[in-house]
Every structure is written in structure tokens, then in C-alpha cells.
Design a binder for this molecule. Structure first.
Ligand SMILES: *Cc1c(COP(=O)(O)O)cnc(C)c1O
Length: 479
């Protein structure tokens, strides 16, 4: 593509050309169809995709902003909420709404419990929430947006939150405890029963962020794998979020947030009665709510059914066990913790093998690799589509580890140098301000995306390189 487009074309471009341009633009995109990615796209094959596209497009124009106007959409939403509640062992009092993504569900949990505390404990001036260090970054966003201070409880050696430490962080200003089932970075389920007991003892709500696992863990459990109780069976769990657009295999734009009863959900609602445009009600964050995503979520759940989700879980778990065993069989690397489902991170046993350099080698072999930090590790979310390529992944991984072991200088080159440097920067504020500068470039008039030259030995401009590497980590950490 020569020049970026800066103004509307004088006359409309013909449609065939537009599609050609779209295909050209996407030339360098991550190759999820060939199962080369380990995040971002939850894919169940062409047939299922065509089906949910059809369901989506039937409601392409409808808007769920007004539940009175499109009663069918309200019915889909209610049925998705009920089905999800039953799946997560909720009783008939459980209520909830659909949202557009896991982030929206987590943001709403923060807002809802802040407002619940405002109603019941109005003397709290500076609300706080206690969350594990491994909680999804959406919670940090919620903290910032809604002015609820996130107090981080450390993890134990098995990468689950330390309940005793969490207990010590609770104070008069605490309005909420958060936990994950499982966490995005390490795929571990926090000790929900112990946290729930703590929440009950302190008379605090507990939100379980099951955005990632909500549509998988129940079926993994049914298959007989050990799963820490995390859903409404645990007294003290007051709300749960689960993403239909992840392992529910709906279309993008669909998540669910559930509360044990209406006394809590009512604090999520927004009502404004004095607007010249009329009395306004809104159940969640968005204004216009795309009908397609709601319809496709409903259609996906109906088409797959419990039996289908169990089959999918079986396939995913078989692939995951093979991958985890294969990785642990490579002497130089190992999987962190003992992840109960299909999300895991792995790192190296010694400094001789730089794990980010291993990632660089894997990317040379055509894999899209997600990097974590604290500790430095590589990440994977397993899909059914990985069935046929997991052996290839393991072969490439063995080879990559070998190359890095024989060429330790690779740790000072390319991506590894950058990621390593970011991890070592003592002043996190410096990292943040540099990343902000980077964002100003990306979203500035020139829309400059960061690129770095693989062949370069060392970054030239430290600040820029720092920002680029870190931004990449954050990008990959986000989904
Ligand atoms: C993915 C995820 C989120 C955020 O969901 P989005 O749909 O990406 O906004 C929140 N929490 C957890 C545990 C997740 O895995």
C-alpha cells in the first residue's frame, strides 16, 4: 500500500476494489487460520464460523439499547443469562446482563460494588478493592476509571493468590474482593472457597472473574479433571463474569455478568430522568448495543449445547495435556504452576536459556508468541484448531531452545534484548511515560505503528525501544 488514505475519496471506490484493498491491508496480520496464534482468536472451524456469521447478520442492524423496541433481542439476552447462570450453578434468583466484552464485565463489577458501598456504607471516602497480582488488567482499568484503589495481594508459589496476605490487606475502605478462575497470565484458579469464606467473614462481596474459563471449566470438571470450586456453589461468591466470545465460541462482542440477586445488579443500572431526549435507562456501559453479538452468542450456545461443549473441552484438554507434558519434557524449560485448564505459561530453568530469545526463534519459525513478564515467560491459550499442529509446535520449541542454548548471545539481540531491558528498568514510571509517548505516535496524525529491526544488535534509541518492547508486551498481555 503506497500512501495512507487521508480524505474521503472524491467518488466512492467500487466495491470489488475495496475488498481487494482489505485483503492487501491484512497481508501482515497474525495467521490465526493456520493456528499459528495462541490468543486473540477463538476459532471452532469454518462451519461454526459461517453459522454464527449468519446469526449475527440476521441481527446486524438491530440495537439492544432499547429492550422494548426489539423484544427478541431482550429474549436472547435473558436466555443467554439464564443458560450461563445454570451452567455456573446459579439458582433462580441469579440475574445479570450481557456486555460487549470481558473488560466491560470487569469494569461493571468495580462500578457496581463501588455504588453498593456508597449506598450501604456512605462514610467510605476512598474505596479500595483487594485483587490478586495476577488479576486481569481490566481491573486496573476499572480502578482508574471508577476511582477504586486496587490493592494487590501477592501470589503463593503455585501462582494462586495468597489468602492470608489478602486478609491483611482488607480494611475499612474495602468494598470488594476480586479473584480469577482462571487468571489470564498463568491459567491458575485462585483459592475461591477460602477467599469466599474470608469475604463472608468480612461481609464483603466477591467477584469471580471467569471471563476466560467460564465456558470451559464447568465442562472440564464434568470430564473428571480436578477443578477448584469457583461458581455459585461456593457460598460467598456474589458475582461471576464469563465471556461468550472466548470459549463460548460466540461472535466477538459478547460477555455475561451474573449476580446472586437483584439487590446487587440494581447498582449496575443507570437511569437519568431529566434528559431532554427522554427518560434514559441503560443496563451496562455501552449506549448502542450491537444486536448481532447478542444473537450470535445465543445461537452459538444453542447450537453447541452441553454435549458439544463437553466434546470441545475434551479435545482442548487432550491437546493441552500433550503440550504441557511435551514442554515439561524439555529439560531447560517448564510450565508455571499446575494449570487446571487450557491456559498456561512456561519459562526456562536457568539463565543459560533466555526465554525471550526462545520466543524470537519461535517467531522466526512462523509462530505468533505472547510474552509475559514478572516472571518472564511465554504464554499459550489452547484451541481445538491446535490439534494438528501441537507436535510441530513442540518440535520447533525443542529446536528453538537448542539454538538459544548454543548461542547465548541471542539474549542480547532483537526482541529478547528489548524485552529483557524493559524487565530490568528500575523506574516503572519511566516505562509508563515512554509507553504513553508511543501511544501518542500510534494514535497521532501519522498513525505510526512501532516496528523494530530484527537484524539490529542493540536498540539505537533506548527510550523508543523501551516503549516499543513494553507496548508489545502489554498488547499481548491484554487479550
Ligand atoms: C480476556 C479476559 C478479560 C477481558 O476480556 P476482553 O473480552 O478481552 O475485554 C478479563 N478477564 C480475564 C480473566 C480474561 O481472560
Amino acid at each position: 500500500m503506497e500512501q495512507p488514505i487521508k480524505r474521503l475519496p472524491q467518488t466512492g471506490v467500487d466495491k470489488e476494489n475495496i475488498f481487494k484493498m482489505m485483503d492487501e491491508y491484512r497481508g501482515k496480520d497474525a495467521d490465526w487460520r493456520q493456528a499459528r496464534t495462541w490468543s486473540l482468536v477463538y476459532y471452532l472451524g469454518e462451519e461454526h464460523t459461517a453459522f454464527i456469521k449468519e446469526a449475527y447478520s440476521r441481527y446486524f442492524s438491530e440495537n439492544a439499547l432499547n429492550p422494548m423496541a426489539f423484544k427478541s433481542l431482550k429474549r436472547f439476552e435473558s436466555e443467554v443469562v439464564r443458560m450461563t447462570s445454570t451452567m455456573l450453578s446459579g439458582d433462580s434468583r441469579v440475574v445479570g446482563t450481557m456486555t460487549s466484552c470481558g473488560t466491560e464485565s470487569c469494569l461493571l463489577a468495580v462500578k457496581t460494588y463501588r455504588d453498593l458501598a456508597r449506598a450501604r456504607r456512605p462514610w467510605i471516602r476512598k474505596p479500595e478493592m483487594v485483587v490478586p497480582e495476577s488479576v486481569h488488567v481490566a481491573w486496573e482499568k476499572g480502578a482508574e476509571y471508577f476511582d477504586v484503589k486496587a490493592v494487590h495481594a501477592p501470589l503463593t508459589r503455585d501462582f494462586r493468590v495468597d489468602v492470608d496476605a489478602a486478609r491483611k490487606l482488607i480494611n475499612r475502605n474495602t468494598v470488594l474482593i476480586g479473584a480469577s478462575a482462571p487468571s489470564y497470565p498463568h491459567g491458575m484458579v485462585d483459592p475461591i472457597p477460602e477467599l469466599a469464606a474470608l469475604a463472608q467473614e468480612k461481609n464483603l462481596p466477591l467477584h469471580v472473574d471467569s471471563c476466560l474459563g467460564g465456558f470451559l471449566l464447568p465442562f472440564v470438571e464434568k470430564l473428571g479433571y480436578p477443578v477448584t470450586p469457583f461458581d455459585f456453589r461456593v457460598p460467598g461468591v456474589t458475582s461471576i463474569s464469563a465471556d461468550v466470545h472466548k470459549y463460548g465460541f460466540g461472535a466477538k462482542g459478547a460477555s455475561v455478568i451474573l449476580y446472586r440477586d437483584m439487590r446487587t445488579l440494581r447498582h449496575q443500572f443507570f437511569v437519568y430522568e431529566n434528559w431532554p431526549g427522554g427518560i434514559f435507562i441503560s443496563p451496562a456501559l455501552l449506549g448502542t448495543r450491537p444486536g448481532g453479538a447478542i444473537a450470535a452468542a445465543w445461537a452459538a450456545m444453542m447450537a453447541i449445547g452441553e454435549g458439544g461443549y463437553i466434546d470441545i473441552a475434551r479435545r482442548i484438554m487432550d491437546i493441552t495435556r500433550r503440550l504441557i507434558d511435551g514442554i515439561n519434557a524439555i529439560p531447560e524449560i517448564y510450565v508455571l504452576g499446575d494449570p487446571p485448564m487450557s491456559v498456561f505459561a512456561y519459562t526456562s530453568r536457568s539463565r543459560d536459556v533466555n526465554i525471550y530469545a526462545v520466543a524470537d526463534q519461535m517467531e522466526k519459525k512462523g509462530w505468533h508468541i505472547d510474552r509475559l513478564h514478572r516472571p518472564e515467560a511465554l504464554h499459550a491459550i489452547v484451541m481445538p484448531a491446535h490439534e494438528n499442529i501441537s507436535e510441530q509446535y513442540l518440535d520447533d520449541l525443542r529446536e528453538s531452545v537448542d539454538i538459544v542454548k548454543k548461542n547465548p548471545e541471542l539474549a542480547t539481540k532483537g526482541g529478547a534484548a528489548m524485552y529483557g531491558m524493559i524487565a530490568q528498568v528500575p523506574l516503572r514510571g519511566m516505562v509508563k511515560s515512554n509507553v504513553l509517548k508511543m501511544m501518542e505516535d500510534i494514535y497521532g496524525p501519522e498513525a505510526k505503528l512501532p516496528e523494530y529491526d530484527e537484524s539490529e544488535e542493540q536498540p539505537t534509541d533506548v527510550a523508543t525501544r523501551l516503549a516499543m518492547g513494553f507496548l508489545k508486551i502489554r498488547n499481548r498481555f491484554g487479550k
